[in-house]
Design a protein around this ligand. Sequence first.
Ligand code: ADP
Length: 261
Amino acid sequence: MILKIGGSAITIKDAKEPTIDEENLDRITQEVSKYNDDLIIVHGAGSYGHIYAQKFGIGDVIGNVNDHLYKLEGVCRTQASVQLLNYMVCTKLHEKGVPAIGIKPSSFIVTDNKRITLCDTEVIKRYVDNGFVPVLYGDAVLDYNDYMKYAIISGDQIIAYLAEQLKADRVILSSDVDGIYTDNPKTNPDAELLEVVTKDSEYVTTANNDQSDVTGGMSGKVKELLDLADKGIQSQIINAEVPGNIQLAVSGQKVKGTIIK
Ligand code: ADP
């Protein structure tokens, strides 16, 4: 099973500085610890990633030499920040008895035009086979495109890639909303939850004003998951902010949310 823990659930996404949501992290890791089978966790970067990614314009076309130096600093700062979040997530998982192994995506993933191209999943698979729980995350990576050289990969792109490569049985994404709505539920009170989404479903996604997410927010998520569904792997979006949801979902019980198929 591949479980995504949304950056919006474990960090305060609209904070000015990288800020952890201690209460949610504690509860969510406790819920995850109830699962006893093969598991890979991917978490979003939340405020630990997008603040730096946006400030330094990672993924934008690089201008002159000075701009490149600026981008180098940006990649370093983004990587260090999201690695710190990963360390905190893994430490919390250890406290709950989960054998979590933090794996740094930028150390073995290279993108081409922002899509994962180079990525050997053998190490991840071996950790799982030995009973560990690999924990990956959204990161700043090298990109083969010489005009941009670096890119941000979302946790959502990572789960879709791993799910396909490792032939996951179940893919669960948790976020700070119940699932995919007909419109952004944070700005439109009339938005209705869609229990099932396919490539023919009709819905609108908007970015939240206070959440500058460089990886596309809900629309980026749905795109990755529809591509995955196209390859025969369905996924489920649930709300990590509702206590008990993750525990129910990982144990295979019905939870309010959206199935993408
Ligand atoms: P995460 O960080 O958990 O991966 P994102 O912040 O990237 O999640 O995306 C979730 C956000 O997408 C929600 O907070 C919600 O406000 C926004 N959103 C925009 N349009 C929609 C929609 N049609 N349905 C559900 N959420 C939406």
